[in-house]
Ligand binder design. Sequence first.
Ligand code: 5GP
Ligand code: ZN
Length: 113
Amino acid sequence: MSDCVFCSIATGKIPSDMVYQDEQLVAFRDLNPQAPVHVLIIPRAHLASLAEAGPEHGPVLGHVLLAAGEIARQEGVGDGYRVVNNCGESAGQTVFHVHFHLLGGRDMGWPPG
Ligand code: 5GP
Ligand code: ZN
């Protein structure tokens, strides 16, 4: 999608601090980190939100969760981290290309705000 900021990051059109990439996904540091480790993991293929996912997206979404563990270990927070998806405006989604926040490096509260 040409006007999507995360599509542009995935193709390298917009620069980012990338920590992991493969054929299906890219992971880069959040511009406004909420924890010492704050990485965004996105499928390369545009999908607006988790609410729009269908069975065909199952493999890439599973791959994101497995990659999150790998990246957490790579970032030194493999023993405790959080993976968050904000789905929809009321849940705090601001960029409508599905993404998963990988947060770690500090104690986390519950419930989230
Ligand atoms: P959301 O609120 O949609 O769950 O998360 C969007 C996240 O994307 C926010 O944490 C925000 O800081 C991050 N973000 C927005 N634009 C950019 C950008 O251009 N580059 C990077 N690295 N992060 C971005
Ligand atoms: Zn996109």
